[in-house]
Design a protein around this ligand. Structure first.
Ligand code: SF4
Ligand code: SF4
Ligand code: F3S
Length: 376
């Protein structure tokens, strides 16, 4: 065993005054310095940090104390938790469980009933003002919030209580970030997002239905390394992961630029891997890292598997018309696309340019840059 393969073990010296350090945790599990540096290099790359930052990240993370995390699952399908826990080991994704002390998660914890609730109450008391609150699922507001309760208490009640002592809140998934599928019309439970209720805490939205697990880990790595949240876009998402559209980085983009579109899922274009725009791909208006980070340990993402992007990381994606209808053409950017090869290409270019224009404009305009708005 050389130095790089030696288990990591360093003394506590970070400002997170909670639990053991990440270095202690990695050492206990026999994770080598080499494996950890590999993780930090991948994280630096995912967060679009300059080359050479990985070593600094590693040094900061090893000394960082693992923060207490209270994870509340509200009106949700457990897909967000499944996304994270079904990742293969050892991966970037499940490194998250080394980085935090998960003190309450009613799907994952061994304790149940009063014991489980006591774990939450103890963490809230012992780490008041310092714990992280992670939420997946939306919060039902109709009829006093009776549609989703935990230990006899409404989600709304619990959210208010636990948010009080949180240093920051991470809304995981499109349900917690924007209301998601429970918020889809006619929204019988009155489902809303975390940010619709909590106004006095830093909130970061990691949208996606479900979100990419490596992105959740990346946000936590950033928090532990730099002691705060990363730069966010106007919808509260980390710019390093949501700064570009799927379309900006899609490997089928050359076909799109040439006006080569699959017309059905089994035609020659589909077999040749042509662009899926005319089959309803919402990649031009969807901000997420799928085209670069990919899923399942970097194996693939929906478009690589032959299906268009549904726009799952954007607000109101479920109500934005058929998943299989091509995006319509906004009127204003048309002047930019004169001479495009075919109508489909013109529509796609217009949507893409429209999206970029909106990204570069004022906050209020950007907030309207959802699929729904672009389809008007
Ligand atoms: Fe399920 Fe999607 Fe909501 Fe996550 S965001 S809880 S995967 S419906
Ligand atoms: Fe890729 Fe969809 Fe854009 Fe075509 S429209 S290049 S499939 S993101
Ligand atoms: Fe969702 Fe589109 Fe990625 S549907 S998983 S944002 S490719």
């Amino acid at each position: 065993m050389n130095d790089h393969d030696a288990p990591i073990h360093e003394k506590n010296s970070h400002e997170f005054p909670i639990h053991e350090t990440l270095g202690d945790s990695l050492a206990q599990q026999g994770i080598s310095r080499r494996a950890f540096l590999k993780f930090c290099t991948a994280m630096a790359s995912l967060m679009a940090l300059p080359p050479g930052t990985a070593t600094a990240i590693a040094e900061a993370l090893v000394k960082a104390k693992r923060p207490s995390v209270i994870w509340l699952s509200f009106q949700e399908c457990t897909g967000c938790t499944e996304s994270l826990t079904r990742s293969y080991s050892p991966t970037l994704e499940n490194m998250i469980f080394n980085m935090i002390s998960l003190d309450y998660h009613h799907t994952l914890q061994a304790a149940s009933g009063y014991g489980a609730e006591k774990s939450r109450e103890d963490a809230m008391k012992n780490f008041f003002g310092k714990y992280l609150l992670v939420v997946d699922g939306s919060i039902p507001m109709n009829n006093g919030g009776v549609y989703s309760t935990i230990a006899g208490r409404t989600n709304l009640d619990l959210l208010h209580e636990v948010a009080k002592g949180a240093a920051a809140i991470i809304a995981v998934g499109t349900c917690a970030s924007f209301g998601g599928i429970p918020n889809a019309k006619p929204n019988p439970t009155g489902a809303v997002a975390v940010s619709d209720i909590i106004k006095d805490k830093p909130i970061i939205n990691i949208s996606g239905c479900p979100p990419i697990p490596a992105v959740i880990t990346g946000v936590l790595a950033h928090y532990l390394t730099f002691g705060g949240l990363p730069e966010l876009d106007d919808l509260g998402r980390p710019k390093s992961f949501y700064g570009e559209t799927i379309h900006d980085r899609c490997y089928r983009r050359p076909f799109y630029d040439q006006g080569k579109f699959a017309k059905t899922f089994d035609d020659e274009g589909a077999r040749n891997g042509w662009c899926l725009f005319e089959l309803g791909c919402k990649g031009p208006v969807t901000h997420n890292a799928c085209a670069t980070t990919k899923w399942n340990g970097g194996t693939s993402f929906p478009i690589e598997s032959g299906h268009g992007c549904l726009g799952c990381s954007e607000p109101h994606f479920w109500d934005a018309g058929s998943f299989y209808s091509a995006l319509s053409m906004p009127a204003s950017p048309l002047k930019y696309v004169a001479g495009a090869a075919v109508a489909g290409a013109a529509a796609g270019v217009a949507v893409s340019i429209g999206n970029r224009i909106k990204k570069g404009t004022a906050k209020s305009a950007h907030q309207k840059a959802t699929i729904e708005d672009l389809e008007k």
